[in-house]
Design a binder for this molecule. Structure first.
Ligand code: ASP
Ligand code: MG
Length: 440
């Protein structure tokens, strides 16, 4: 069997849902299990409604608009509104409870957010039936997904795998399963974090030992750079799991952060496909290191801060590194890199709050002169050859010409090298690196 997952943009309109039905149909002989996101933009609207409710504004208007959008899609697809009748009733009941209940708890927000996927799974299944395919919608928790109670960012529990296998064994028709949601042991609905449907698909694929997991999205897979930045960026035929993880870490956001882990652990290949360009052959994410290119992609990660401290004069203030490490461990700061020399230390931080950085700087001031530079970006060259390629950092630095760099990082994974540049120059830097490593 294979798992086929469609993201929000793939099911955003009635035309696209009809197209999705055709795509699923074309894989009918592979025994597909389908995972769907909510219709594009619905999760955001549901969150807006939830936030409004928390402020005492009735979410009724927003929710009714969301319901209307789904009913319109149902009408355009010539389906009966009965397919989501029960969920509409539950959604209405919930927003009444929330508006009466005052401050919105994460638990209520998760229940609210679940309707996006619950509506869409039913609409997609009904469209398949309309097109002559035997299909049935399932909420992920009725197909085996059990999570912890970390509302908003729940983790799927191990027991889920056995439950999914039972579910798959028993199910005869094509299941259309809701992505993104689950239930905890107390029966509360939970969500897996934004973009979590990838994770759902990966867990189903791993549990059921699928031949392949397909992630259908709205771009031509993983590319040599963000095509909005580099107009001649190209699609990659394949990357390894490790490269994909490195790309995620360095700022490319094709998949949910936990999205490929279950598939990777089981060695199940993942293919990224494009619903808007069905002729595209897809990017394969595989274990097979021979399949990938030596250099895969240029990435950009924003929100970087560099903190530098230099010892004053000849004063002996003890080990700079030790002092900085203990200051860092007291704060909740994500360190990307830390470089030391005899008399200075450079710390590269990811998404650090201003307050935390100021406090860190305060502590380091005891040691010497501290300099903070915020609003930076990290541009990286990613690929399996980066660790062994002679002079690659030098090539990067000279490709960047007169772009000022604030730090240079030789990725410890052996799969990337990075340069910290000013946020304003980041796009230009990505274009220059793309030119250097992929040609014009
Ligand atoms: N609908 C959810 C979101 O927008 C989950 C997903 O799309 O994967 O975050
Ligand atoms: Mg979505």
């Amino acid at each position: 069997m294979i798992v086929i997952k469609f993201g929000g943009s793939s099911v955003a309109t009635s035309e696209r849902i009809s197209k999705v039905s055709k795509i699923i149909n074309s894989y009918a002989s592979d025994r597909p299990l389908v995972v769907v996101s909510g219709l594009g933009g619905v999760t955001d609207s549901l969150i807006d409604a939830g936030n409004a409710a928390a402020k005492g504004i009735s979410p009724e208007r927003t929710i009714e608009k969301i319901i209307k959008r789904h009913l319109d899609v149902i009408e355009e697809l010539h389906l009966t509104p009965r397919v989501i009748e029960a969920e509409i009733r539950q959604a209405r009941r919930l927003y009444r409870e929330i508006s009466w209940g005052g401050a919105l708890r994460p638990k209520a927000l998760d229940a609210m957010m679940s309707f996006g996927e619950r509506f869409s799974a039913r609409i997609v299944a009904a469209t398949l039936v309309r097109d002559g395919v035997e299909a049935k919608a399932f909420d992920a928790y009725d197909a085996g997904v059990l999570t912890d109670s970390n509302f908003g960012n729940a983790e799927i529990l191990e027991d889920t795998h056995r439950r999914i296998r039972d579910f798959v064994r028993k199910t005869r028709t094509i299941p259309v399963v809701t992505g993104f949601i689950g239930k905890d042991r107390n029966g509360n609905i939970t969500t897996l974090g934004r973009g979590g449907s990838d994770y759902t698909a990966s867990v189903f694929g791993a549990a059921a030992n699928a031949k392949q997991i397909q992630i259908w999205t709205n771009v031509d897979g993983i590319m040599t750079a963000d095509p909005r930045v580099v107009s001649n960026a190209r699609s990659l035929g394949a990357v390894t799991f490790m490269e994909e993880l490195e790309l995620e870490y360095l700022g490319s956001s094709t998949l949910h952060p936990r999205g490929i882990i279950p598939a990777m652990n089981k060695g199940i290949e993942v293919k990224i496909m494009n619903t808007l360009n069905t002729g595209y052959r897809g990017t394969l994410i595989t274990e097979d290191i021979r399949a990938s290119r030596r250099i895969a992609s240029i990435t950009q990660k924003d929100g970087i801060t560099v903190v530098k401290a230099r010892k004053k004069g000849r004063s002996d203030e003890g080990d700079l590194f030790q002092k900085a490490s203990s200051a860092l461990s007291r704060r909740n700061l994500a360190v990307i890199s830390m470089m030391t020399s005899r008399d200075s230390i450079t710390i590269v931080l990811n998404n650090a709050g201003e307050d935390a950085v100021r406090k860190l700087a305060g502590e380091l001031e005891g040691i010497g002169i501290v300099e903070i530079v915020g609003g930076l970006s990290m541009v990286s060259v990613v690929g399996k050859a980066m660790g062994s390629m002679q002079g690659s950092l030098g090539r990067m630095v000279s490709a960047l010409g007169n772009t000022s760099s604030f730090a240079v990082i030789s990725g410890e994974s052996g799969m990337s090298k990075s340069i910290i540049v000013s946020g304003k120059e980041a796009k230009k830097a990505v274009r220059l690196l793309h030119m250097e490593f992929f040609g014009e």
